[in-house]
Ligand binder design. Structure first.
Ligand SMILES: C[S@@+](CC[C@H](N)C(=O)[O-])C[C@H]1O[C@@H](n2cnc3c(N)ncnc32)[C@H](O)[C@@H]1O
Length: 314
């Protein structure tokens, strides 16, 4: 079953996500590709499954494979692994995390998933004794991940043979065909760091602002505008005229930590003469701090062009 990010609670629970099988262990796979791993591995171990991928094409391929295999207690979502694990998975809830053949980023190590911050965050989402199973063909990334896990001081490292299903994924077969070796390690958590949950707001907190009544200047031209707030960035990419209500719709790109979203911000004239600026529900965005900042950016953009603001809630 595919979940939109906004279908989850932040944080969620095994009982809510898998109401028919809450007694089973909870396994999560990062970067499941075409979904082959879980279809095969689930034959050897019963567990509730949560798969996270950034590729939409992979999501659809994997869903078909899981459906054909009749795996009902499996949830797939399109997100970066980091905000999902940090935001959706509650404290000490997962029995296992699988990472099979992650992108090795040979020239850009800073993009690698398995680094100290990931090991720290995952340590608090795994149960005591829970494990991260890492399989790769890339010896240099393998050594790098071992070193990062050791640096975190939170895991025992167990080098052993990979599970059979990890040798049958699309990338496993590709690299084995080319003659590459496969490396496998299990990082067993022995202590944890308390990394607070990724903060996502509810629809009650929909950010908005109100512009004063009166003649508001029309927007007749537009250039991309970039607003930076600490480690978050909002880029207003475009603006469209709303023919239905004489308002505007801004297309905003938001980057915050590991999450990027593109959202619409509506600028709508109201009957009392004021103008409302708010996030559109279209696309079911996660209401994060970055989304609040996108509404703030549009408000600032309008202020810079002569609009006056009476009220802000972001
Ligand atoms: C080299 S492929 C391996 C796919 C699959 N595990 C296999 O063995 O065939 C790496 C996958 O990780 C996904 N990915 C990369 N970064 C990710 C992230 N931060 N969160 C979730 N998935 C990610 C990519 O979209 C890609 O499908």
């Amino acid at each position: 079953m595919i979940f939109k990010p906004s279908d989850f609670r932040f944080p969620d629970s095994k009982e809510h996500l898998y109401p028919e099988t809450p007694e089973l262990p909870w396994h999560l796979e990062v970067g499941f590709g075409d979904g082959r791993f879980w279809v095969q591995h689930a034959r050897t171990e019963a567990a509730n499954y949560l798969g996270v991928e950034i590729s939409g094409v992979s999501l659809l391929k994997a869903e078909k494979k899981l459906q054909d295999a009749g795996l009902k207690n499996a949830i797939l979502t399109k997100l970066h692994a980091e905000p999902l694990i940090q935001g959706v998975v509650p404290k000490q809830a997962l029995d296992r995390i699988y990472v099979n053949f992650p992108d090795p980023w040979p020239k850009h190590e800073h993009n690698r998933l398995l680094q100290v911050p990931f090991f720290e965050m995952a340590s608090g989402r795994l149960k005591a004794g829970g494990e991260i199973w890492f399989t790769t063909d890339h010896e240099e990334y393998f050594q790098f991940a071992l070193e990062e896990a050791r640096k975190s001081g939170l895991y025992d490292l167990i080098e052993c043979a990979p599970p059979e299903a990890a040798l049958q994924t699309k990338y496993a077969l590709k690299w084995q065909d080319l003659g590459f070796d496969v490396f496998h390690v299990r990082f067993r958590v022995k202590g944890f760091k308390n990394v607070p949950p990724y903060q996502v707001f509810t629809e009650d907190d929909m950010p908005h602002s109100i512009l004063v009544a009166g003649e508001n200047p029309a927007i007749t031209e537009f250039q991309k505008a970039v607003y930076r707030y600490g480690n978050r960035t909002v880029i207003l990419l475009d603006v469209f005229k709303n023919l239905r209500n004489e308002g505007y719709v801004f297309l905003a790109h938001i980057e915050e930590e590991h999450l990027t979203q593109e959202i619409l911000v509506q600028v709508t004239p109201r009957e009392d003469g004021t103008t409302l600026v708010k996030t559109a529900k279209f696309g079911s965005p996660l209401i994060t701090e970055g989304v609040k900042l996108a509404v703030r950016s549009v408000t600032t953009y309008l202020q810079e062009r002569g609009y006056q603001v009476t009220h802000t809630a972001y």
